[in-house]
Design a protein around this ligand. Structure first.
Ligand code: C2O
Length: 501
């Protein structure tokens, strides 16, 4: 493969994605930022410059879903693999595109990702369904007229705030179509009759689970996250935060000038959004878009993942029996300041800006091993099972870094080991839904040394400590660390950035 080099500049600016001006954070002046495009096997080098104004705004970029095979220090996770990149400084990330398909990158400090610090990753490779034209990434976001930092104040004290709106590829209207006060403009894309299109759907919301559809059209789903699957057809697609689906859509519904709604519908079972009916784009045939009059498909409001029977990886792989089992009950509590904190197995993740896990490993500072949120997996190429359970009636999109996990069980009620019925080619991906009042069992092989985060991808929950770390093959991980690079970012943060607790 060749080397692809990208320059990302994170800055604060005023923008109006739905016609309402507010302060945002953006990359190279746009939301979403530029798409990182590569071919399968390429080397990718990304230089990230932090041009945020305040000295308190450290930053980072994480390449969501990218395996980072033997490149853990490039995972971009503040307090795990690096210190925050200080304002005015640049961090360079290097990784290899060992997977292909659709993903995204985003800041991995605080809530910056949802102020606008994100963009697409598109890696060309084989596809399991034919198509004529690639439409590229299609981002679904929720959006508010306050910043997510402002909203977090209430999230921490009184629970998830209601969001105002949503965006499709960074744009939408605000207000009804027949109201004169409507602002902004809708995303639109043109279809030519008889052509088939690939759409790369990404849910980049802070706290909205979407159902996606294009009126009258069938969606052929051919990949989940970075894993190709046996294609299946659907009219409405459920997509949790952090998840991706690659779709092929045949332009077979019109031969004239006609427009159809593309819909991203927040699911009320787990999302609070004022704009349930209005996060829409337009698919048009002919020369220009008009306001569609088409009807939505019927759907059931729910935040469940697609049934596992539809999610069959195209390249078959089997799981095996575990040498390590981890049980991670999820609970909600509060800290001494009475702020909400989520816990996995009784521990809420602590963030140390100036002493990330990899630096602790380098310094042979074993304090992290006393912390119950760090799980050591010393043996190489062995299976670990993680049982995540919740008694609360709220689902969570669970994401693991550095691996595609195998989904061994997913359901409501109490988990027992008899729920694992097969290890043969289960769905594998990097985000799966933990159902409300239910369980999710995932498995992965310890084949990638480093410190890997597992967390809920709801922004509020990540911030409220809903995370654990797997420390895989300590001795090998140590060899991957470039001390000078790591340490250079770690000076001074303790003095002027508050640690969260
Ligand atoms: Cu999308 Cu921990 O990341």
């Amino acid at each position: 493969g060749v080397t692809r080099e990208y320059y990302l500049n994170i800055e604060q600016l005023t923008a109006a994605p739905d016609g309402y001006s507010r302060t945002v954070m953006a990359i190279n002046g746009s939301i979403p930022g530029p798409t990182i495009t590569a071919n399968w096997g390429d080397h990718v080098v990304v230089h990230v410059t932090n041009n945020l104004a305040s000295t308190k705004n450290g930053s980072s970029i994480h390449f969501h879903g990218i395996r980072q095979n033997y490149t853990n220090p490039n995972d971009g996770v503040v307090s795990i693999t690096q210190c925050p990149t200080a304002p005015g400084k640049t961090t360079t990330y290097k990784w290899r595109a060992t997977q292909y398909g659709t993903s995204w990158y985003h800041s991995h400090i605080g809530l910056q990702a949802w102020e606008g610090v994100f963009g697409g990753i598109l890696i060309n490779g084989p596809a399991t369904e034919n198509y004529d034209e690639d439409k590229g990434v299609l981002f679904l976001n929720d959006w508010s007229h306050q910043t997510v930092d402002e909203l977090f104040q209430s999230a921490e004290t009184s629970g998830p705030p209601t969001l105002d709106n949503g965006l499709i590829n960074g744009t939408n209207v605000y207000g009804d179509d027949n109201s004169t006060s409507q602002t902004g403009y809708r995303f639109n894309t043109s279809f030519t009759a008889g052509t088939s299109y690939r759409l790369r759907l990404i849910n980049a919301a802070v706290d909205t689970h979407f159902k996606f559809s294009i009126d009258n059209h069938t969606l052929i789903v051919m990949a989940m996250d970075l894993v190709p699957i046996e294609p299946f057809n659907t009219t409405v697609l459920s997509i949790g935060m952090g998840q991706r689906y690659d779709l092929v859509v045949n332009a077979d519904q019109s031969t004239g000038n006609e427009s159809f709604w593309m819909r991203a519908i927040p699911q009320e079972a787990c999302s609070d959004n004022d704009s349930v009916d209005n996060i829409k784009g337009i698919v048009y045939y002919g020369s220009s878009p008009s306001t569609p009059t088409t009807d939505a498909y019927t759907y059931t409001d729910s935040c469940d993942d697609i049934d596992v029977s539809d999610l069959v990886p195209y390249l078959s792989q089997n799981a095996s029996i575990p040498y390590y089992n981890s049980s991670e009950p999820v609970t909600l509590g509060s800290n001494s300041d009475n702020l909400f904190r989520w816990m996995m197995n009784g521990t809420s993740m602590q963030v140390y800006w100036d002493n990330p896990t990899l630096l602790q490993i380098w310094n042979n500072d074993t304090s992290f091993t006393n912390y119950s949120g760090v799980i050591e997996l010393p043996k190489r190429n062995e299976w670990s099972y993680v049982v995540i359970e919740t008694a609360l009636s709220l689902p969570h999109p669970i994401h693991l870094h550095g691996h595609d996990f195998f989904i061994l069980a997913q359901g409501t009620g109490t988990y027992s080991s008899s729920e694992i019925t097969s290890l043969s080619n289960p769905p594998r991906r990097d985000v799966a839904m933990l159902p409300a009042s239910g369980y999710l069992v995932v498995a992965f092989k310890t084949d990638n040394p480093g410190a890997w985060l597992m967390h809920c991808h709801i922004g509020w929950h990540t911030e409220e400590g809903f995370a654990i770390q797997f420390l895989e093959q300590y001795e090998e991980a140590l060899k991957l660390i470039d001390y000078d690079t790591l340490n250079s970012t770690c000076q001074g943060w303790d003095e002027y950035v508050e640690q969260n607790s």
